[in-house]
Design a protein. Structure first.
Length: 97
């Protein structure tokens, strides 16, 4: 039976230093590559404008009916387009409270 190879404490420390340095280098490279991508300019798409106009119409209609407790439900968009308009819808609805 062969004896296991014993490593000195300096060898272990050196191995950990090399691994940590490689990890830090990889992390900084990944962060630099994701930071170099230009952010698209934020603009409200035509679909979002139409969706917000529809919400305005529905809110005005509910206001005219003056129901005490009304629940408005909206449909007509796929999940992706609703997620694209999430910020605009949220700011519109919060400004109308």
């Amino acid at each position: 039976m062969s004896k296991p190879i014993r490593m000195s404490r300096r060898t272990w420390v050196a191995a950990w230093v090399v691994l940590c340095a490689a990890g830090l280098a990889a992390t900084s490279a990944l962060q630099a590559s994701s930071a170099s991508k230009p952010e698209p300019a934020e603009s409200v798409s035509a679909h979002c404008d139409e969706l917000i106009a529809e919400v305005k119409k529905q809110l005005a209609k509910a206001e005219q009916q003056r129901e005490e407790e009304a629940i408005l439900a909206f449909s007509g968009g796929s999940a992706g387009t609703l997620e694209d308009c999430d910020g605009e819808l949220r700011s519109f609805l919060l400004s109308n409270q």
